[in-house]
Ligand binder design. Structure first.
Ligand code: CU
Length: 166
């Protein structure tokens, strides 16, 4: 029961974050982390196609601030979302529920339960076909496994993800 409550709360919060900043402004996102262009150590260009990212893996250094420029060369809308395997799965399940018309219990939404995007190392943008989205991200020094993924239903399952190595 405890697990279910946590999960629901996480979904609800993800949804609120989804609608409140990073994903709410297609093509532009900072992850709400206060980073600016002046902080950028390295710019990495990626291509998002229909069900793949190029490159499929990226080597990152802890502490560096990276600007991702993600160009969607496919015919579908795609996401570029950074997070742990678990966080990606949660986000994916949420989008699947939304696509299926499932409701979200917003009644227990809380902003004070500690599941903020920063602590989950999550950040992301949505990119329309033909557009280039940018995302500034400070590489955390407390993780050794993170993915970048598109969690739009069916995309991740078709191989639309990559791995950060540290
Ligand atoms: Cu996609």
């Amino acid at each position: 029961m405890r697990k279910i409550t946590f999960t629901t709360s996480l979904f609800a919060l993800s949804l609120s974050l989804l609608t409140s900043f990073a994903w709410a402004a297609p093509g532009q996102g900072s992850g709400d982390n206060g980073l600016t262009e002046a902080d950028v150590d390295r710019t990495i260009s990626l291509e998002a196609g229909d069900m793949w990212f190029d490159p499929e893996a990226l080597e990152m250094a802890a502490g560096e601030v990276v600007k991702f420029e993600v160009t969607n060369t496919g015919n579908l809308e795609h996401e570029f979302v950074i997070g742990s395997k678990e966080a990606q799965e949660e986000h994916r399940q949420m989008l699947l529920n939304m696509a299926n018309g499932g409701g979200h219990d917003m009644s227990n939404m809380s902003h004070g339960d500690g599941h903020d995007m920063a602590s989950m190392n999550m950040a992301g943008i949505t990119i329309a076909p033909g557009e280039t989205g940018t995302l500034l991200w400070s590489v955390p020094d407390n993780v050794n496994e993170l993915e970048y993924a598109c969690n739009i239903p069916g995309h991740y399952e078709s191989g639309m993800y990559g791995n950060f190595t540290f």
